[in-house]
Ligand binder design. Structure first.
Ligand code: TXA
Ligand code: MG
Length: 333
């Protein structure tokens, strides 16, 4: 993972104000290394309820509790298996969320009434400074339900600005996709691929782990809603059909934008006046840019976004997962 830049735009005074707001039941957006979070005091039912209202999120979707360090884990979870300490030791602070048995006093509004709780310590100096002041922060990504997660403070301002009590600016997020979620309720299972690769997790645990679709348990796959989705229809296409599809849509008079993985033969797009974004050929760099670039294309008023399918390799798992969900609403993989 990239090193965090320790120059960030917000001041200690702003963090102090945000902490005061949160302690009095406010909802404040804050930076993490993955995406911006929409935070409230995880012990304050009323405040946590406001998060759901602001996002337009169904109440049965549980939130992650953000901690400042491993030392706080036992205030939120119980019957913690050895694997949890191993993983937290290796990856915290960082983009790894652990699902564990919750302490009885963790509010139902945070866990969606489940007996488990999701926890992580984010690797961002602003987030850590804030949490040290407030205690555990319940926070989903700071976007409207189903839309693209924000990776810059201006994304939060644009989407939720008026509705929140504050937005802390910590600069662009270094990882750019959400944390990896691992359930340790039984055998370790990856519920959502993310900032920590499955290979890295397997290396720490010393064995293979299962990867499961995070929504398979609650909904049938056929009903999977669009998630991480731009408003513009998005199609995910292998390199060899990308150009043909671009031409076909252009012939029909559609304004299309194309995103390639690496410098695939993009000159032909450029030559024909088709807007083409050449994304990095390396997974971490691609992930870091993805959401900001998708937002920009979405705002530019194209009729369709055509994206080259990233390689079917382990380090691309999180990116492929997000793109598949983003393209789902169009009915094309
Ligand atoms: O990187 C991240 O994880 C970001 C930053 C802000 O930390 N947060 C984030 O939160 O992506 P959100 O709410 O957008 O996604 C959290 C996911 C949801 O899919 C939720 O269902 C799952 O975590 N989750 C939370 N608690 C859970 C639990 N007890 N069991 C299973 N899944 C859980
Ligand atoms: Mg989210």
């Amino acid at each position: 993972m990239k090193q965090l830049d320790d120059t960030f735009p917000c001041t200690a005074r702003e963090i102090e104000i945000a902490a005061t707001l949160i302690r009095s039941g406010g909802v404040v957006a804050f930076p993490t290394e993955t995406v911006y979070g929409l935070g409230a005091d995880a012990r304050n039912d009323q405040a946590v309820r406001r998060i759901f209202q602001i996002k337009g999120r169904p109440a049965d979707h549980p939130l992650i509790v953000h901690l400042a360090s491993l030392d706080e884990l036992e205030s939120w979870a119980q019957d913690i298996p050895e694997d949890a300490f191993r993983l937290a030791d290796a990856f915290w602070p960082g983009p790894l969320t652990l699902v564990l048995h919750k302490k009885p006093e963790v509010p139902d509004v945070v866990t969606g009434g489940q007996s488990s709780v999701a926890v992580r310590a984010p690797a961002h100096p602003v987030a850590l400074a804030l949490i040290r002041e407030t205690g555990g922060l319940a926070a989903p990504s700071a976007n409207r339900f189903g839309r693209i997660s924000p990776t810059r403070a201006e994304h939060v301002h644009a989407e939720l600005g008026e509705k929140v009590d504050g937005v802390l600016d910590g600069g662009p997020c270094a990882v750019g996709v959400e944390s990896t979620i691992v359930s340790l309720l039984e055998e370790p299972v990856v519920l959502r691929p993310g900032g920590v690769t499955v290979i890295a997790i397997e290396r720490i645990l010393g064995h293979r782990v299962q990867v499961r679709d995070s929504y398979a348990k609650v909904r049938t796959p056929g009903n999977l809603p669009a998630h991480y989705a731009p408003r513009t229809p998005l199609e995910l296409l292998p390199a060899d059909v990308l150009w043909q599809r671009t031409l076909a849509l252009s012939r029909m008079g559609r304004r299309v934008a194309v995103m390639t993985v690496g410098a695939a033969p993009w000159e032909r797009y450029e030559l024909t006046g088709i807007h083409c974004v050449v994304m990095p050929a390396e997974a971490e760099a691609y992930a870091q840019r993805l959401y900001a670039d998708l937002r920009a294309l979405d705002a530019a008023g194209f009729d369709a976004l055509l994206m080259q399918t990233p390689p079917d390799e382990p380090e691309w798992l999180a990116v492929r997962d997000r793109l598949q969900r983003a393209s789902y609403s169009t009915g094309r993989s």
